[in-house]
Write a protein that binds this ligand. Structure first.
Ligand code: NCD
Length: 310
């Protein structure tokens, strides 16, 4: 399967089940848990340039893309403070994209506007990777989430995954739910009624005959293989009072340990604010830091694939 060369990664729906599995398999080539000998990968994309355009704050996504690009030999250009560029002088988004398009070999974009990655891909000739477009999607986060689930559970079919927190504005849960719907995974949604999974996503689950349930609280008898907790996305609320009313409703305190003891694995895309009690961190089934680490291997694989170097 060599059809990744030159391809944009904008919407997780564009990837078939086989393509998703191919990316996950390729990521294993970069994961020291699977590659025991200390093998350097810097020749894979030596001489290529990654253009990282971050119009919104980021820690993991930006830094892991930077690390991944350098690990496979790439150079890096770009910015994470658009105010330091000609955007400050009024340059349009499309013109900025056109310029980076002529300097880089792959463009990695994070932007507060849903649909911005698609818009960039229409202008750019080089592959565009969506690193989060507003409340819409975050497909590379999803690939690392799936990689983590696969590594931990040994399979994707036949499991139950619960998504909790901000299902309305959280782009990670949107893309993850769509990707899981390619597999035989039961999905459980847990959120405040005002932060439910939007219809546009549940409609797709229905059309794919996915089994899912919705709750407005963590059920007493909670049975799932994974619980994917998320942050309430303060920056997407029009009304901050509304945010304040909702933000502390779905917190996992120390009492969640009993579920971890029962084998539920706890994930989170991070950053977390107060929605996971840090005393849970030391539990072997709290896997959010492992999850973040996996992002490096998945992004190395994806960059190498869209550059046609694997
Ligand atoms: C997420 C994001 O930016 O959507 N973070 C990430 O990329 N790991 C989650 C969040 O900000 O809540």
């Amino acid at each position: 399967m060599k059809n990744f060369k030159g391809r944009d990664i904008i919407d997780i729906k564009d990837l078939s089940k086989e393509e998703i599995l191919f990316v996950l398999k390729t990521a294993k080539r970069f994961d020291p848990e699977f590659v025991k000998k200390d093998r350097s990968n810097y020749e894979i994309a030596q001489g290529k340039i990654a253009g990282l355009l971050f119009f919104e704050p980021s820690t993991r996504t930006e830094q892991s893309f930077r690390a991944a690009a350098q690990k496979i030999g790439m150079g890096i250009i770009g910015f994470n403070d658009p105010e330091s560029t000609s955007i400050h002088k009024g340059e349009s988004f499309k013109d900025t994209i056109r310029i980076i398009d002529s300097y880089a070999d792959v463009l990695i974009l994070r932007h507060p506007q849903g649909g911005s990655a698609k818009e960039a891909a229409e202008v750019a000739e080089i592959p565009v990777i969506n690193a989060g477009d507003g409340p819409n999607q975050h497909p590379t986060q999803t690939l690392l989430d799936l990689y983590t689930i696969l590594k931990e559970a040994g399979k994707l079919d036949g499991i139950t995954v619960a998504l909790m927190g901000d299902l309305k504005y959280g782009r990670t849960v949107h893309a993850l739910s769509l990707a899981l719907s390619r597999f035989k995974v039961k999905q459980i949604f847990i959120s405040h009624p005002k932060l439910k999974m939007p219809d546009e996503f549940t409609a797709i689950l229905k059309s794919r005959e996915v089994e899912y349930e919705e709750f407005d609280h963590l059920p007493q008898k909670f049975e799932a293989d994974f619980l994917y907790q998320t942050r309430v996305q303060k920056e997407r609320f029009g009304d901050l009072n509304e945010y304040k009313k909702i933000k502390d409703k779905f917190i996992l305190d120390a009492s969640f340990r009993k579920y971890l003891d029962q084998g539920v694995k706890l994930m989170h895309p991070l950053p977390r604010i107060n929605e996971i009690d840090p005393t849970l961190d030391s539990h072997q089934n709290a896997i959010y830091f492992k999850q973040a680490r996996n992002g490096l291997y998945v992004r190395e694989a994806l960059l190498a694939l869209v550059l046609g170097r694997l």
